[in-house]
Design a protein around this ligand. Structure first.
Ligand code: CP
Ligand code: NVA
Length: 308
């Protein structure tokens, strides 16, 4: 069975934990090395990852490329608009062709149905590099960052402020798999998809939805936000107006646990969802979080290839 990583649930809680352990070990083993030097065991030597981008990316693009280099393999980066896919070649045919040429495919797409179709027709692993629905690779890096800061996942109290978007969906999925609490503070009409909330609750995670930003952060060990207007979303002005009360500023952070950390998948819209004073403070772990995209994704890649 080809292993795909389209959602965290494709792997399940034990495999997510195993990937994070692997990432911690590999990160420590190469501390201080030049960033492009392969790991000593080069476990993906000879393997090639094709990446398809229908939307902009800095972190996902560079971190997957560096992850493949560090694992001893290589990557091909393609913009969908310059592929035949952009001129109407079907997703299914693209999947069939790439599966004959490369060992795995990562896609960032506007439409979650496309990644499912790609995986359905691909004979090689397909990895979700963000869709309109979810962003599981980001949450793998976030879980790694939280654990590095000394927190255990079971019982963790995490607050999310703002839009009920793709990143939050994967975070809620993680809450179910890893048994932690997410308190979502956001405006009416911008809630996360309740299917994610219900699945996480059924799996034993706690998901609390509130309109009160102070209630969301009260006592939280981790405070997370993201942009108010995601790529491809309409209604910018109305969204921004509705989100204003949920800005993470120093006063809101003061209501979280005393040593609470601040996280953001980036790119940040400074002055909107977060103030400079918070993102540039010593509570902020956003640069570790960005670097950890490499380390976490190396372990995701090893997992889809059956090495974990
Ligand atoms: N966090 C994240 O996915 O960043 P990019 O959009 O730059 O890839
Ligand atoms: N929610 C954001 C995440 C960007 C990494 C978006 O989809 O634009």
């Amino acid at each position: 069975m080809t292993r795909h990583f389209i959602s965290l649930a494709d792997a399940g809680g034990p495999a997510v934990a195993a990937m994070i352990d692997d990432a911690l070990g590999r990160k420590a083993a190469r501390a201080g090395w030049p960033k492009g030097r392969p790991d000593a065991d080069a476990p993906l030597a000879g393997r090639v990852l094709a990446m398809i981008f229908e939307k902009s990316s800095t972190r996902t693009r560079v971190s997957f490329d560096m992850a493949m280099r560090q694992l001893g393999g290589s990557a091909i980066v393609m913009e969908a608009g310059s592929m035949q896919l952009g001129r109407g070649e079907t997703v299914a045919d693209t999947a069939r062709v790439l599966s004959r040429m490369v060992d795995a495919i990562m896609i960032r797409t506007d439409d979650h149905a496309k990644i499912e179709e790609l995986a359905h027709h691909a004979g090689v692993p397909v990895i979700n590099g963000l869709t309109d629905l979810s962003h599981p690779c980001q949450i793998m890096a976030d879980l790694l960052t939280i654990i590095e800061r000394g927190h255990a996942l079971p019982g963790l109290q995490l607050a999310w402020l703002g839009d009920g978007n793709n990143v939050l969906h994967s975070l809620i999925e993680a809450a179910g798999l890893m048994q932690f609490t997410v308190r979502v503070g956001g405006p009416a009409g911008y809630e996360p998809d309740m299917a994610f909330v219900e699945r996480a609750r059924a799996a034993g995670g706690e998901v609390i939805l509130t309109r009160n930003p102070r209630e969301a952060v009260a006592g939280a060990q981790v405070v997370v936000t993201d942009c108010w207007v995601s790529m491809g979303q309409a209604g910018g002005d109305a969204r921004v107006a509705a989100m204003r009360p949920y800005q993470v500023d120093a006063a809101l952070m003061a209501g979280a646990a005393q040593d609470a950390i601040f996280m953001h998948c980036l790119p940040a819209h400074r002055g909107e969802e977060v103030t400079d004073a918070v993102i540039d403070s010593d509570r902020s772990v956003v640069w570790d979080e960005a670097e950890n995209r490499i380390h976490a994704q190396k372990s995701v890649l090893r997992w889809v290839f059956g090495q974990l």
